[in-house]
Every structure is written in C-alpha cells, then in structure tokens.
Ligand binder design. Structure first.
Ligand SMILES: NC(=O)c1ccc[n+]([C@@H]2O[C@H](COP(=O)([O-])OP(=O)(O)OC[C@H]3O[C@@H](n4cnc5c(N)ncnc54)[C@H](OP(=O)(O)O)[C@@H]3O)[C@@H](O)[C@H]2O)c1
Length: 307
C-alpha cells in the first residue's frame, strides 16, 4: 500500500484517479470547494495557492507519491485572470515539486497538449512548444518550474474526457447531455485532438508510476480525430441522432482564448516505455458507454455534496 496525495480530487481527472487508487492504496485528496461527500478516500479542503497551505497538506498526509491534477483548467477563465492563472498553474506546481523532492517523495505533474500552437501536428516531446493562450502559457511555465525544482518529476501532457462529478465537465458529457435531450450542438471540424478516456489515463498514470518513469511524456490517445467526428462517434455509440451535430469552424464560435487547431501528439515514447500503445478512440468510447450502463456516472454524481 502506497500513500498517495491527489490534488484536484473533485476534478474530472482527480476524482476518477483518487477513486481508482483508493481501491488498493491509502489516498488523500485535496479539493478547493467543500463539495465532496462519502468518498472512499480522505479529503482535505484548501486553496493550495495560499501561503502555507501546500506545506500543511504535505505535513498532514506525508505522501510517498503526489499526483498534481489541480489547476485553473478553464481556458477562458485564465484569460480573465492571468495573475491567478500563473499562481495556480505555474508557481504552485513548482513549489510542490520542490517540497516533494525535499521529502524524498515522487512528483507527478499533469500538463496539457495545448502547449503547442497546433500549426503542424505530429508533436513529439522534443518539439518546441508555442502556447497561444494564457492557460497554455501558464501550464508551460508550470512544466518548466517543476523540472527546475525537481528534475526527477514525471510530467504527463494529456487530453481526456469522461464522467465527472457534476456531469458537465468534459466534451463527451457535453455531447451526451445535449444529444440525449434531442438538442442540436456544434462540433468543430477544424480542431484535431487525441482524446483519451479519463479512466484509461488513470490506468496509464498508475503504470507510469509503477515503472518509475521520469521526465516528459505525451499521454494521449494513439489516434487523432476532430471534435466534430468525435461527437459523431459518440452519437453512434449511444444511438443518438448524428444529424443533431452541426459541423462548424472554431472561428465561428466566438471563444475568448485562442485555440490550437491541430493537437495531434505522438505517443511513441510512452508506448515504447510501457510496452504497448495508448488506447484508441473507439475503445475509449466503448468503455465510456459501458461505464454509464453500469451506473458509474451516477456513482460519481453521488459524491456531490448536497447544496
Ligand atoms: N480536461 C482536459 O481535457 C485537459 C486537457 C489538458 C490538460 N488538462 C489538465 O489536466 C489536469 C486536470 O484537469 P481537469 O479537467 O480534471 O480539471 P478540473 O475538472 O477543472 O479540476 C481541477 C481541480 O483543481 C482544483 N483546484 C483548482 N485550483 C485550486 C487551488 N488553488 N487549490 C486547490 N484546488 C484547486 C479544482 O477545485 P475547484 O473546482 O473547487 O476550484 C478542481 O478540483 C489539469 O492540470 C489540466 O490543466 C486537462
């Protein structure tokens, strides 16, 4: 049994990760708002960006492994408050990485595919990032801070979807919620990505930790798709009307922050080091469907504190 600390444990990744780890390990989850109840892991509520809070959390939980998923992860919110975005997405992971190194624990940091500008696609770990938004710039600054403070850290650049606490956090839930209600939605035909089911990402992170990997890894699906095609594939899987999805350009959407158009990341380094490719898109959607059938999405919603 290993002692894990998972930050962002109410988030899309953090909750799914903490639940899986808690099946076999001792887990403490850190959340920001007091919104979790009945979880099979210990929960601490704090704003980790405030002075002394990260220190207190580490002293209390004495983790052997920290998986830092907490972030200001809503892209347009970062544009509105770049100072806070820098504090949460860059300063905080740097401080946590340093403290974790001093304790002799292992630090696993979650970064993003959006560090790239999306002009060429086919990105490998050695390609030079060029972030377009405040979110992406602060996440890249977080990667740099983590490696400077603790070079033994593992950094995973991710993109994922899945079932979340409130049922509204991921792109797949957006398609599911609208299409199941018979509502029309827009799908971007010109934004390419490599979406991984969050539960598959959790399995990969656990394997990467067990293998003792360090450094930077592209940790996304081995296949790419457009957001529009992803919506169509989800509709097909669930038996929804694909005609409800309009094929549109991201330029028509009026989004606040700039988006990278081609976030096709190469996962060969991870596949080589784990001995198998990362999951493809259809297998992720199959599991996403099966999880819903088995009541998993409902189980997650049940951890939401009433009120
Ligand atoms: N979702 C994706 O496809 C995607 C793509 C690329 C990278 N990522 C990265 O993956 C990681 C997880 O993303 P996610 O989608 O799971 O995020 P999420 O659902 O927005 O969850 C973020 C979590 O961090 C917590 N948090 C934020 N600021 C905090 C603070 N100052 N102190 C303590 N907790 C704080 C949030 O709590 P509150 O909600 O209470 O504030 C929430 O529990 C992030 O590092 C993100 O940048 C995600």
């Amino acid at each position: 049994m290993t002692r894990f600390l998972v930050t962002g444990a109410s988030g899309l990744l953090g909750l799914n990760l903490a639940l899986k780890l808690a099946e076999t390990h001792n887990v403490t989850g850190v959340i920001h708002q007091p919104e979790l109840t009945g979880t099979p892991f210990e929960v601490l509520v704090t704003d980790l960006s405030l002075p002394g809070e990260a220190e207190w959390v580490l002293e209390h939980s004495l983790p052997e492994v920290i998986i830092h998923t907490a972030a200001m992860a809503i892209v347009d919110d970062c544009e509105k408050d770049p100072t806070r975005a820098l504090s949460v997405n860059a300063d905080l992971p740097g401080r946590l990485a340093r403290m974790t190194g001093e304790m002799g624990a292992r630090f696993i940091h979650i970064s993003t595919d959006a560090v790239f500008d999306g002009k060429k696609g086919g990105y490998r770990e050695e390609d030079i990032p060029n972030p377009l938004s405040t979110y992406a710039r602060t996440k890249l600054a977080g990667e740099i801070a983590v490696m400077a403070e603790n070079p033994e850290s593992l950094i995973a650049r991710v993109n994922f979807y899945g079932w979340s606490l409130r049922g509204t956090r991921s792109l797949a839930e957006f398609f599911f919620n609208n299409l199941s209600a018979g509502k029309a939605v827009n799908g971007f035909r010109d934004v390419m990505f490599c979406p991984l089911l969050v539960n598959d990402l959790v399995e990969l992170l656990i394997k990467m930790n067990e293998k003792g990997l360090t450094g930077l890894y592209h940790t996304v699906s081995s296949e790419k798709t457009s957001k529009y095609e992803f919506g169509l594939a989800l509709a097909k899987k669930f038996g929804f009307d694909p005609g409800l999805i309009n094929s549109v350009s991201v330029n028509e959407a009026g989004l606040v922050a700039a988006r990278s158009l081609n976030l096709d990341l190469v996962t060969a380094k991870l596949a080589e080091d784990l001995g198998s490719p990362t999951p493809g898109i259809q297998s992720g959607l199959d599991t996403f469907f099966n999880l819903n059938q088995s009541g998993y999405a409902e189980r997650l919603h049940g951890f939401l504190e009433a009120g």
